[in-house]
Design a protein around this ligand. Structure first.
Ligand code: SF4
Ligand code: SF4
Length: 631
């Protein structure tokens, strides 16, 4: 047990790991142990296999051992190229996610499965692309907007259309550094080109390319994915849900949605609500259909429908190990290939749906883009028909379940803020009340806690310790991704959690009627955080880097998280990483990322694996920013 305690702070995780052990099943934690000590060259980022003269590995210690690869690339060049390729990989994932959302809007129709649900948001987004909306058919506008969005993915000349939330001072900084993104796909291709053998061999220039690519992710790909999803599936509003592996039900057909793109979850939610599906489930001996989610698909579905949160990244195998999952349905990103083999130990149908993420051993039911609801119905049927195969003797659902409040889109936050504005004095629908309490020092600042789980850290501990430490210090927290699920499971997404907050934040929570930790959605929804921060900076007439605002990824693991870190820092927000990135072998790269980059963009990376020290550093940094602002 003492060994297990260092694995996770989540009790259901420990229970399921015990079950896995008893049943002789392997999880990611076992595979981590099997990897033994990680390669020092890879960990420091100093191995390169960008051509077949290599692989080369150079010494991470300057002046010792091989100092250059065969082509002459130095440790800093190799580290910077590897880092930039991680940014490109992460940005590409968000690009393809965003693109498929935009394509959905292109094919939306009044009688189809995909419709325009939020006309107000459609008009708002269309306006910033310069699209006329007055007196026009909603779907004509939607299709024109989709075309405009697609142009920015493949734009060859000029720059992308930046949202009005980017403060003017920020734009100037990007222009001066020449990091305003051109087309999104172009920025990814540019990195892959320039990191090819014999191209860029200047760490500083390579890292600037990474910043530009990251910005295309944050302020275009992810931004559009969020906005266009809201247009089609509805802008989220606060609603209750429940979290933890205990949300699985004994007498219902359990369908776990895992992955990222909301179209899959939307179609399955629609199918599972059909009376004929519920009847079918009953005919198979179940009481009904229980939908729950993992990772970002869970975040999308819970923000809009209150779908329950089964768990986060490191718990995906544990859901199967409960023995109660009738179908685990996935699309793209963060899906362990190990699920295919693991599912064979139970009755669980492991269903892939995207041509972008085929997994050997899974049942593939490809999403029919022309008729997505059909696929949703087929998948739900498959799950229902599998219910009778559940072996009750193998089922163990943890008792724990926690209440949570989700659905804090920017729009919902503005609505809540309206509650404390005197409508005679106004203005309504603005971030002024938030700016006011920050200026007054009632809350000291704001923090975005985001990102994944990583078996290098104690599961969920980093997220929870950082969040609790920040709210105690009157720093309001917004959260997305797997960090949000950690918070949900621990009860931090409730209004009662205000008791853990400092006196100022507690008062604000009471007045505005919100929890101290706001669930803002999935990883692409970090764009909602950018939007809110940009609006607050504009409200105060300052740049984002002037605000006492920080970003933290306590347990990140994915390339997407690296891309996110890049655009958050490039946007002027200091970013703390709780896992050391593979850059330590490049002294110049480390110096740029944790020091010199601040001269460029007004923010930098901090690497700190101890969550308590992270909180301390953030509080100091927030106080420094406040002092500089004269507040
Ligand atoms: S690009 Fe250079 S450092 Fe990389 S593998 Fe080829 S020769 Fe070695
Ligand atoms: S937070 Fe990380 S692990 Fe979780 S869904 Fe997003 S990228 Fe994947």
């Amino acid at each position: 047990m003492s060994e297990e305690k260092v694995i996770s702070v989540d009790q259901t995780t420990l229970q399921m790991l015990d079950k896995a052990k008893n049943e002789g099943l392997e999880t990611a934690w076992d595979r981590k142990v099997a990897q033994k000590a990680a390669c020092g060259f890879g960990s420091a980022g100093v191995c390169c296999r960008n051509c077949t003269m290599g692989p080369c590995r150079v010494s991470p210690v300057p002046g010792k051992g091989a100092e250059r690869g065969i082509c002459g690339a130095t440790a800093d060049v190799i580290v910077a190229r590897n880092f930039a390729r991680m940014v490109a990989g992460g940005a590409a994932a968000h690009a393809d996610h965003g693109r498929s959302i935009v394509l959905e809007l292109l094919h939306a129709s009044p009688n189809g499965a995909i419709q325009v649900k939020d006309e107000k948001k459609l008009k708002k987004v269309a306006a910033r692309f310069g699209i006329e909306t007055e007196g026009r058919d909603v779907y004509d506008v939607a299709h024109e907007l989709a075309q405009a969005g697609l142009r920015d993915f493949g734009r060859q000349e000029g720059h992308i259309v930046l949202p009005p939330t980017v403060p003017a001072k920020r734009k100037e900084i990007w222009e001066k550094l020449d990091i305003v993104p051109r087309g999104f796909d172009r920025e990814v291709v540019a990195i892959m080109h320039s990191t090819h053998i014999g191209c860029m061999a200047d760490a500083e220039a390579i890292l600037k390319m990474g910043l530009r690519c990251g910005l295309a992710d944050g302020w275009l790909g992810s931004y559009m994915a969020t906005e266009f999803s809201d247009i089609m599936f509805g802008t989220p509003h606060s609603r209750p849900t429940e979290a933890s592996l205990g949300v699985l039900e004994h007498n219902q057909v359990n369908i776990v949605l895992h992955g990222h793109e909301p179209v899959l979850s939307e179609m399955i939610v629609a199918a599972a609500e059909m009376p004929e599906m519920i009847e079918l489930a009953k005919s198979q001996g179940a009481d009904g259909i229980n939908l729950c989610g993992m990772c970002c698909t869970a975040n999308e579905a819970t923000m809009r429908h209150g779908v329950k949160l089964a768990g986060n990244f490191m718990q995906q195998e544990l859901a199967v190990i409960t023995g109660a999952v009738d179908a685990l349905v996935v699309d793209v990103q963060c899906i362990f290939p190990a699920l295919a083999k693991l599912s064979e130990s139970y009755h669980t149908k492991f269903i892939t749906t995207s041509p972008k993420a085929r997994i050997t051993g899974a049942t593939h039911m490809e999403m029919d883009e022309a008729a997505p609801l059909k696929t949703g119905i087929a998948v739900v049927k498959e799950a229902i028909m599998n219910f009778k195969n559940r072996d009750k003797s193998k089922v163990m659902i943890p008792e724990a379940k926690t209440k949570a409040e989700v659905g804090y889109s920017t729009e919902e936050i503005l609505n809540k803020l309206d509650g404390v504005v005197n409508s005679h004095i106004g203005p309504m629908q603005s971030t002024k009340p938030l700016a006011d309490v920050i200026v007054a020092g009632v809350i000291r600042g704001a923090a975005g806690v985001v990102g994944c789980n990583n078996p290098k850290t104690v599961h969920d501990e980093g997220h929870l310790e950082v969040i609790k430490g920040l709210i105690k210090n009157d720093i309001i927290v917004v959260t997305t991704g797997c960090a949000a699920q950690a918070a949900a499971k621990a009860g931090l997404l409730t209004k009662e959690a205000k008791e853990l907050a400092g006196p100022g934040l507690k008062k604000v929570c009471e007045l505005v009627d919100i929890p101290p930790v706001l669930h803002m959605g999935s990883c692409v929804d970090i764009s909602r955080i950018l939007e809110l921060v940009g609006m607050t900076a504009n409200q105060l007439g300052v740049d984002i880097s002037d605000l006492p605002v920080v970003g933290i990824a306590p347990e990140y693991m994915s390339e997407k998280a690296i891309s996110i870190g890049n655009y958050v820092v490039a946007s002027g927000i200091d970013t703390w990483l709780g896992v050391v990135p593979p850059v330590t072998g490049g002294p110049e790269v480390v110096d740029i990322l944790t020091n010199r980059i601040e001269e460029w963009v007004g923010a930098k990376f901090f690497v700190e694996t101890d969550p308590h020290k992270t909180v301390e550093q953030i509080v100091n940094r927030v106080n420094e920013k406040r002092k500089k602002l004269g507040i």
